[in-house]
Every structure is written in C-alpha cells, then in structure tokens.
Design a protein around this ligand. Structure first.
Ligand code: IVH
Length: 731
C-alpha cells in the first residue's frame, strides 16, 4: 500500500474504531466482537508503524477508549461536581452528567494479543529491559467487566471513578456503595491513610440471566453480554437499583510510586487482608513455561467460572522493576494481556426461520440444539443472508459452529463437514415473504432479500411502529408486546393512529388498567416535544439512521424543505450519498407517506427545527458543528452550553465535519494545524457572538458572562434574552 492509500485507510480505520469505541464504552452496545475490533486496531497500528509521520495525537492508537457520556470539561478538573440531569427512570440511560474528577494517575489500558509468540516477546523484552536481573510475573484472570478506581481515605471508601477517557472519570461513588463486595470501611490494619486501588466491576452470569429475563418481561431491550450489563448498570440513575443488579468487584492494581510493598503480589495480599475483594486465582510464574501452563489451564477451566473472563493478564511482579520498565502513552510496559479466542460450540442445526424485519429485510435465523456457550445456553443463531448460507454450504441437520460476537444473537461461523449425516437437507430460501406472501426482491448490490410490501406486511408495520416509539426515536414508554396488542385489535396501523388512541381504546388491551393507560397517554403527549431530528429518524425512512436524520434536520430545518429537495440538493448534504438520497426521494414520492406526515403534524409533532429551540435560545448555530479550543472570557463549559442553546453541536476534535473552530486565547496547536490542513474556518469569540446576535435580533450585544465586581458570572446565568443590570444579554 503506498502512502496515499495508507493515508485514506488510516482515516477510515480511525473513524470505524472511534465509532466502535463509542458504541462499546458509551452506549454499551457493541456491534462487532472484541476480536474484530482488535483486528481493526492491529491494522491501524501496523499502518502507523509503516508511516510514523501519519500518527496524530488523536489517533485511537494513542488514547484509551472513553466511557464518558459528555466530554470532560476543563472547569471541573479535580473540583466540584456538575449538575445531575433527571432521566425518565424507565431505561438504562446513564445520568447525563456525573461529576467528573481527574485521576491521580492516568488509567491506562493493556497491550493485548491473541498470539502466544507475542507473550514470549513480552517476556523477552521485559528481561532485556531489566538487564538480566531476576524477576517474576504475576499471572491473573482478565475479568470482562468495566474498570473502576476506588480511593480509600482514612480507611473509608472516599470516591469511585470510572475509567472515563483515562484522564478524567465519572464519579460513581454512590452507586458503588451499593455493590455488595466493596467494603465501605476497611478491616485489618496497616492501610495507607489514603490510597487508590483499581479493578473491574463485573456481572456474574447468574445475575446477568436474571436481569435479562426481567428486561424481557418489562419489554426493555436485553443486554448483549455481562460486560455491557455491568457498565450500563454502574451508570444507572438510581443507586438502589444498582444494588439490585448483583454486580461484583475484583481489584487488581494499586497504583503509586511509594508503596510500602516490594511486589504487586504483596500489595494485593495486603489489600485482601483489609477486606478488599482480590482474586484468589492469581499465580506467580518464573518463566514463559509457567505462564503458558497457567494460560492453558484457564483457557479450559474458565468455562466453569461463574463470571466472564476474556483472557489472562501477565504482569512483572516486582514494583521497582515495573517502575523501571515504565509506560508508553497508552500501556504499561510491565504488563500484557493475552486474550482468548472467542468461545465456539458445536451443535446441530434443526431448522431455519426466515424473519422479516421492520425494513422488510429477510434474515435467516438458525434453530439449534441448545448448547452452552460463554455462560448462557444458545438456541438460535444468525445466518445473515443467502450468500452466507451458500458460502457455508449449510444443510438442515448439519453440525455447526456457533460463536458469540458483540451482538446479542450468536452467529454460525462454520459447518463440521466430517459430521455430516445422510439425512441432511438443503435449506430452501423462501421466494415469498413468510409473513404476507409477497414475492421477495433483491436490490442491486444488496446481499439481503426484501419484502417490498412495506406498508401492508404485518411484521413490517409492527416493526415500524416499534421503531417509532423506541427510545432514540419518539421515546414512548411501551414495547413490542403493546404494539402487537394495539395492532392485533386493529387500533393502530400507522404511527399517526397512536395519537388518536383514547383511554377507552387502551382499556380494551389485556391487563391494562387506568394507570397503565394514563401513563401511556402522557408518554405519547410528552413525545410531542421530541426534536425534529428524532421525529425524522422515527418515521423510518430506509437508510436514514439517527445521525443522518439529525444532519438532514439541521440542513433543511423543516420537513417541507426536505420534501421539496431534489436529488442534487440532497447529495449536497454532509453524509448523504446516492443510496440515502434515492431512498428519501422514494419515501416522499409515496402519497401515503405524505398523508401520514400531515396527520403527525396535525397531532402536534415537531416537524421544524425552529420549534426545537430551547427557551431563551435560538437556532442561529443550527446544523453547525463547532470545536472550541483555548480560553474564553467565560468558562469553556458555559461556552459549550451557549453553542448548544443556539442550536449548534459541540465536538471535541476537528474533522471534515467541523463547521468552525472557535479559538480563544492559547488555542491548542494541534487543533489549529488540523483546521488549517482541512480548510476549516477559525473564528473567535466575537464572531460567534455576532452570529447569535444577528439571529436573535439583539442590537446590544454584551460579552457573555461579563464578570461583576465580586467575580460572579452573571450574564451566563441569566436565562434567555433577559435584562441583567439594565443591560441586554444574550445568554
Ligand atoms: S491491570 C495499568 N489486571 O482489562 C494496567 N487489568 O484490556 C492496569 N482487566 O484496562 C490493568 N482484568 O480494565 C489488569 N487482572 C487484571 C485485569 C485487568 C481485567 C481490564 C482492565 C484493563 C483492561 C485492558
């Protein structure tokens, strides 16, 4: 690959990796497996090695993934907590803003490998770095959960922080108080007056199964795996609920330069004597042979553990040697993780169901002889599409390999041909929709078959309704079963029908009482305040996902402008390619869709960005993505809040999607350089204030948040275009 090609691929890989990091750490719903992720990262690492001048500080190879919901603000480094936003209590949305604190020592990740020879290289490198001195290794299980950093002060749990972005973490102390095996007070004696100890919060399989069963019953989406369940639960709104989730903790690292111990092992033994949860599965190894033995043993034995592990961590045991080996920007040089290959199970394929999704895509799903895999029993697995079935040459009755990826449904990755019996049969992919009987179609370049009866196929109708009410769309408090009931009784066929439902209609549903009906109706009422971008996502135009919907809303500002847009204009919008543009055109060309939108409008849903404007704000910056850098006359957080209030979006890094780099004094040189490279316009505080002033029609523009004599930031606290001290302020 030449330099130009490498540059393009590096850009692609960074985008893919960043997006998957976000899904993993923030959303807790990864869509690719750890293995697939690690392979992407390896590809990026090797390209950056080949072209070191293309390495940038914001490359995911240089940072640890971040679990922070909001980017760390510089106004609360180790200081005061920020406000906690209220949630609706229904789902697992984390608190919008946990207080954030800076870690005393950065919380790094570990270099990892799937390859035994790289463990050997690690051992050799460590030996070389230590100049032939005698040393040992601590080998440990790699717990598959979410990292936590506990601080004990005067023998009491003082603070618990998530990893966050490695530098700043979210304060989850209150939640951690409800995790059974984390002591609030230490026992024994000899603990330092203040120390940090780090480890993993995880959810044992039993608690995970119980939680998912409950979620299914409550019509909440189940968690894909115990890791996601643990990290989602740790950031719940309600600490009491955290206590019910059955989380556990194991601690494996005491950071610090002057610890009163010689080895890591001694430090953990001391921690155990103070009542802290430390794994008893650790072992001290002297050489690679013993390390291999430990790995081999646990590769099999871990399947019997009551919790998920995804590998083995090998650490240099002597603390002085750890110090000597030091750290790279991302990893310690004194430790490495060996990761196990995803577990596979062999089982028999009984039959194949062909499921129709909300967009009409038909997916083959395998029914299997139940088989245990990574702590759960697998009965169904995805077969993706017809091409995949052909490639696997799969037959009903075959023995097949199932693996768990990042998704909730495991996939079939192979067929054991040596086990093929005589009675196997070739599966027949249906020619007609299994639900409504319409002949299936396959669009050019599509691997999947579709039922084209978009508005008449019951599964698609219900799928669209379920999508419409989902959390990221209209956020109506109901689930699949309610939609099925409403559809089954003929009460609802399209989303607009939902808004004509009456209390009497709802009381016809089995098990519904006054309270459930009222809750549902008030949730529908509340959905009328959902911003235009979400409404656009909710109506379910094929290929228009959450991000595309937001960018369309920002560009066109209202549904009429979007409906009037031609192909060229659509193609001019960021992120919109031909497939999406054609899909939008096809959607609005259907009179039934236009009628539906009119009905939704009449019901009071928001179809214009101007209606979204928060009190006191404007849409002056709507559709703009702004990166701020440097210092302003007001704290950076307030500047960000102003941007949002006037319809803009804040972003942490300069990319092709950035509209402006808003530079204060001493802007970051990297951001400035990147903006210059990409031709992004750099504006100052005055420019943005004028932009806002011109929209809000305010003639008298005041500097935001001018400080009064006692340093209070009056302007920034005043809501809307309000008069403060006789002057007109914008903020
Ligand atoms: S040591 C400075 N030990 O795996 C390194 N980490 O993929 C401190 N993990 O970031 C980490 N089990 O969240 C260590 N026995 C163990 C572990 C462990 C799980 C996690 C941890 C780490 C991640 C790296």
């Amino acid at each position: 690959m030449d330099r130009e090609q490498a540059k393009i691929r590096i850009g692609e890989l960074r985008d893919i990796i960043n997006e998957n990091n976000r899904r993993y750490y923030v959303e807790n719903s990864p869509v690719i497996s750890d293995y697939e992720f690690d392979m992407l990262m390896n590809e990026l690492i090797s390209l950056e090695k080949q072209y070191p001048d293309l390495v940038t500080p914001d490359s995911p190879t240089q940072k640890v993934g971040s679990d922070l919901e909001s980017p760390p603000g510089e106004s609360h480094p180790a200081g005061k907590p920020v406000a906690v936003a209220a949630g609706n209590g229904r789902d697992d949305r984390p608190q919008k803003e946990f207080a954030q604190y800076r870690h005393r020592y950065p919380m790094l990740s570990l270099g990892n490998t799937y390859d035994m020879s790289e463990v050997e290289s690690f051992v050799e490198r460590a030996a070389k770095g230590l100049g032939g001195e005698k040393f040992s290794f601590s080998t440990e299980l790699k717990f598959d959960g979410t990292a936590i950093c506990l601080t004990y002060r005067h023998g009491r749990l003082f603070r618990a922080l998530t990893r966050g972005d490695g530098t700043v973490g979210d304060d989850v102390t209150e939640n951690v108080h409800h995790i059974g095996n984390i002591p609030v007070r230490l026992s024994g004696s000899g603990w330092p007056d203040e120390f940090e100890i780090r480890g993993e919060i995880y959810m044992p399989y039993k608690a995970f199964d119980r939680l998912n069963a409950e979620r299914e019953r409550d019509e909440d989406p189940p968690f894909a795996n115990p890791r996601n369940a643990a990290s989602g639960s740790l950031k719940l709104l309600d600490p009491e609920e955290v206590g019910h989730r059955g989380l556990e903790c194991t601690l494996y690292h005491i950071p610090g330069d002057d610890l009163p111990f010689e080895t890591h092992d001694q430090a953990l033994n001391a921690a155990a004597s103070w009542g802290l949860p430390v794994s008893d599965k650790r072992r001290i190894c002297r050489d690679i042979r013993e390390i291999e033995e430990y790995i081999d043993y646990w590769d099999t034995e871990r399947k019997l553990l009551p919790f998920a592990t995804d590998g083995i961590v090998i650490k240099v045991n002597e603390l002085a040697f750890q110090k000597r080996l030091g750290y790279t920007a991302k990893f310690p040089r004194w430790a490495v993780a060996y990761k196990f290959q995803a577990e596979k199970a062999l089982t028999r394929l009984r039959s194949i169901d062909y499921q129709v999704g909300r967009t009409g895509a038909v997916t083959p799903v395998a029914n299997l002889d139940p088989v245990p895999l990574s702590g759960t029993t697998v009965k169904r697995a995805s077969l993706h599409n017809l091409d995949q079935m052909r490639q696997l040459d799969i037959r009903i009755g075959d023995y097949v390999y199932v693996e768990k990826g990042g998704e909730i449904i495991p996939k079939i990755t192979g067929v054991e041909l040596s086990e093929r019996g005589k009675d196997v049969t070739v599966p027949a992919f249906p020619e007609k929709c299994p639900d409504c009987g319409t002949p299936l179609v396959r669009d050019d370049g599509e691997a999947r078959f579709f039922c084209p009866n978009t508005d008449g196929c019951p599964t698609q109708i219900m799928g669209k309704l379920v999508h419409f009410i989902s959390r990221k769309a209209m956020n109506v408090m109901a689930g699949d079963a309610t939609i099925e009931q409403l559809y089954g009784l003929g009460l609802v066929k399209t989303p607009a029908d939902l808004y004509s439902l009456t209390r009497e209609d709802l009381l016809r549903l089995e098990g519904w009482k006054d309270r459930s009906a009222e809750r549902f109706l008030s949730s529908l009422e509340a959905s009328k305040a959902v911003p235009f971008g979400h409404v656009l996502f909710a109506i379910g135009i094929r290929h228009v996902g959450e991000t595309t919907a937001k960018s369309l809303a920002g560009h066109f500002r209202n549904i009429d402008a979007l409906m009037a847009a031609g192909r060229e204009e659509l193609l001019g919008v960021e992120d919109i390619g031909e497939v999406i543009a054609d899909s939008i055109l096809a959607y609005f060309a259907d009179p039934a869709h236009v009628r539906e939108i009119e009905r939704l409008k009449a019901a009071g849903l928001r179809f214009s960005i101007d209606e979204d404007t928060p009190a006191g704000g404007s849409s002056a910056l709507a559709g703009m993505t702004i990166v701020i850098s440097g210092n302003f006359s007001i704290p950076r957080d307030e500047m960000k809040a102003i941007i949002e209030k006037h319809g803009g979006k804040n972003s942490g890094s300069v990319s092709g999607r950035t509209t402006y780099l808003l530079a204060g004094s001493k802007p970051g040189p990297e951001k400035m350089k990147k903006a210059e490279q990409l031709g992004i316009k750099v504006i100052g505080e005055d420019d943005i204030m004028s932009m806002i002033a011109s929209q809000t029609g305010s003639g008298q523009q005041e500097k935001p948040g001018q400080r009064d004599s006692d340093g209070e930031n009056k302007g920034s606290r005043a809501a809307g275009t309000a008069a403060v001290s006789g002057q007109l302020t914008l903020f």
